[in-house]
Design a protein around this ligand. Structure first.
Ligand code: MD3
Ligand code: FE
Length: 206
């Protein structure tokens, strides 16, 4: 496993999942989205739709609607509990997080070729001592990250299918986003696009 430290607390694992592991994870995600369909989140207050569609697995899921951002135990449209986190996802957390408790939530983002995600911080969790672990599948994305202040300078890297990236310690609250996908860069998803999983510890451990 190759680990490249890009900044303090920010570790990149290129090709963390080989092709077979990517296909296995994709199959799990197909089962998850059958039970917990991708939905279109909306911006708080304005109700403007995200270009990224989302679902979750694990005990808690991150949702956004006109009322705000939050973690909740059920799908916002079906009202059903989120599907269980696959073993492969739990194993990725154990391998890369360095954190002694299992994750509470796995947010699954689906990007169509034109989708993007603006620069933001992830701060809806209570536990910032735990890192966020991200797994990418499908088309390569141009991922941008900066610093703790929105005005800080940014850098960008390409996240390709099978890559993992971990944000912990001093990198946990940095600004980050997805500028765009590189269409046709992967043949993993038959229709193109990209899936990103982010594994999170939401609540403070007992
Ligand atoms: C840095 N997702 O879901 S993954 C998100 O590719 C999110 O879908 C992007 O940003 C995506 O919130 C980026 C990389 C990532 C994920 C979580 C982070 C970077 C992070 C949390 C803190 C700092
Ligand atoms: Fe984020």
């Amino acid at each position: 496993m190759t680990a490249i430290t890009l900044a303090p607390g920010l570790v990149y694992y290129p090709d963390y999942l080989d092709r077979q592991a990517q296909e296995q994870l994709l199959q799990s995600l197909r089962e998850i989205t059958r039970a917990a369909p991708l939905y279109t989140p909306r911006m708080p207050r304005t109700g403007k739709p995200f270009s990224v569609r989302m679902t979750n697995c694990g005990r808690l899921g991150w949702v956004s609607d006109i009322d705000g951002y939050r973690y909740q135990p059920m799908h916002p449209e079906t009202g059903e509990p989120w599907p269980v986190m696959p073993d492969q996802v739990m194993q990725a957390w154990t391998a890369m997080s360095g954190y002694p408790h299992p994750p509470d939530a796995c947010l699954i983002n689906f990007y169509e070729p034109s989708a993007r995600m603006g620069l933001h911080q992830d701060k809806d969790e209570e536990e910032f001592d735990a890192p966020v672990v991200s797994l990418s599948l499908g088309d390569t994305a141009l991922f941008r990250y900066g610093g703790l202040e929105r005005k800080d300078p940014t850098r960008s890297i390409r996240l390709k299918s099978g890559d993992a990236i971990v944000f912990g310690g001093p990198a946990r609250l940095i600004h980050h986003g997805i500028d765009r996908l590189i269409p046709g860069s992967s043949d993993l998803l038959p229709q193109g696009g990209r899936l990103n999983l982010t594994l999170r510890k939401v609540e403070k451990p007992l």
